[in-house]
Design a protein around this ligand. Structure first.
Ligand code: GDP
Length: 462
């Protein structure tokens, strides 16, 4: 078993503010990042919801309604798309950062559901004025582009994510703050149409937006969302200055990162820990502890490299036992074995302090369990992740097979409660991943969780 590094003391609330250099040397900043370590859908929602009461702020840093986080408590399941998973916790501020995308109509639907459930969103939520808006024609473009790619389609959620991030990079995007001045929105859309968007839409058989209609939309959206829009960056800076703790919440996963994932089968933003300071406007050192959420096996939704995919009966069993169908699209997820090669890569890319391992219960009942330890490629072996899809096509995983277990993990609340074979699997997974497991999840409910002694998360579990 790996042991976590010793925990340094956190200064008590209200302690005198000290020079930054001294703070860095003497104290650990009380901030934590929870990010996806695989291909998304790892169970980040459960982990964030569980830890959120120990933080003053939960901040989402990238992605948009393509994310689908599920939080289960009180026998009820709650699906979130834009809104951080700390929204159900009293006294927690939930911030949606500058690097995210907002689809106003989808967000209004999400807000209505939360209000119906009695969640006081007005006092708990702030949307960054700098976040970009997904316009209806971004969704049309997404669908049309995917249609044209045919056999090479990325398998996007068709929520307009790629086109909205493209518009941002081309500097004709619409930001939440722009909605306050609908004429500016009309002018921006006009500018985009004149700079090539009209031709692109026409070539794809999609309708061009009417700038006046875009302005009317902006007016309606601002009337409803305006009170929730503000300076998220400033609020984060204030939280850092006050030494209030921040939980940074990721969406999607490391292998879907725009630069470091399995390009082009990736999402359009920086999902990795390095994306946090860039997307939220906080200093890199504000991201103190980083944990990566991973399933005890692996899944991927959409197209693209997935070396440990099992297209046979085991894959089907994992899909059914793990209910592996997308929260956002309902699509069946591709399922397979835990990939320690990809995990080690995620550990290094993100500087993970611990893995939070979810869905361990799903492996119960399998006669044997496998972990990919290396890849075979072109007659040799590698423990590195290939940089191209072409190379991925030639990869064959090398597996280590361990005995399974048949005992139910219901009621497991400490590592000692685990069946012997489950403990052995966990220990080998840690060893091969070169990272300790700092949280083990054995069911969707908040209670079905083990935080091992010495875990980097122990200080947030009491
Ligand atoms: P996210 O996008 O990373 O938050 O992941 P999703 O919410 O899309 O998928 C995770 C699913 O697994 C959700 O339905 C969770 O309720 C569920 N889940 C999380 N942890 C566990 C676990 O330990 N065991 C089981 N059986 N389900 C879990």
């Amino acid at each position: 078993m790996y042991t976590a590094p010793p925990i340094q003391c956190i200064p008590p609330v209200g302690a005198p503010r000290l020079p930054a250099l001294f703070l860095l040397g003497a104290y650990v900043m009380p901030n934590l990042a929870v990010i996806g370590a695989q291909w998304g859908d790892e169970g980040k929602g459960k982990v964030v919801d569980l830890l959120a009461p120990h933080f003053s702020v939960v901040a989402r840093y990238q992605g948009g309604p393509n994310a689908g986080h599920t939080v289960v408590f009180g026998g009820k399941s709650h699906a979130l798309h834009h809104i951080p998973s700390g929204i159900f916790r009293d006294g927690v501020r939930n911030l949606v950062g500058a690097g995210t995308l907002v689809d106003p109509d989808a967000l209004l639907g999400e807000l209505a559901k939360l209000r119906d459930e009695g969640v006081p969103v007005e006092s708990r939520l702030l949307l960054s004025a700098r976040a970009h808006v997904i316009m209806p024609f971004h969704r049309d473009l997404d669908a049309a582009l995917e249609g044209r790619l045919a056999g090479a389609a990325i398998g996007t959620t068709k929520r307009g994510i790629g086109p909205a991030y493209s518009a941002k990079s081309q500097r004709w995007g619409v930001r939440l703050a722009d909605l306050e001045t609908p004429d500016d929105v009309a002018a921006r859309v006009e500018q985009a149409l004149g700079a090539g968007l009209a031709q692109q839409l026409q070539a794809l058989g999609a309708a061009a937006p009417d700038p006046r209609e875009s302005a009317r939309l902006a007016e309606r959206w601002w009337a409803e969302l305006g009170p929730l829009v503000g300076d998220v960056t400033e609020e984060l800076h204030q939280a850092i200055a006050d030494r209030r703790s921040i939980l940074f919440e990721g969406a999607q996963g490391t292998m879907l990162d725009i630069d470091h994932g399995t390009y082009p089968f990736v999402t359009s933003s920086s999902t990795i820990a390095g994306g946090i300071p860039a997307s939220l406007g906080v200093p890199p050192r504000a991201v103190e502890t980083v944990v990566g959420v991973a399933k005890a096996y692996a899944t991927r939704v959409g197209a693209g490299p997935f070396p440990t995919e099992d297209k046979g009966a085991t894959g089907d069993q994992l899909r059914e036992a793990g209910r592996e169908y997308g929260t956002t699209t309902g699509r069946p997820r591709r399922c397979g074995w835990f990939d320690a090669v990809a995990m080690r890569y995620a550990v290094r890319v993100n500087g993970l302090d611990a893995i939070t391992l979810t869905k361990f219960d799903v492996l119960t009942g399998l006669p044997t369990v496998k972990i990919a330890t290396a890849y075979e490629i072109d007659g040799g072996r590698t423990t590195s992740v290939p940089p191209t899809v072409r190379a991925y096509d030639r990869v064959r995983p090398v597996y280590e097979e361990l005995p399974g277990w048949s005992e139910s993990l219901d009621g497991v609340r400490s590592l000692a409660d685990l069946p012997r074979n489950a403990r052995a699997y966990l220990a080998r997974l840690e060893e091969l991943s070169e990272c300790p497991v700092g949280l083990l999840s054995v069911g969707a409910d908040r209670a079905a969780t083990v935080i091992p002694a010495g875990s980097v998360l122990e200080r947030w579990s009491k």
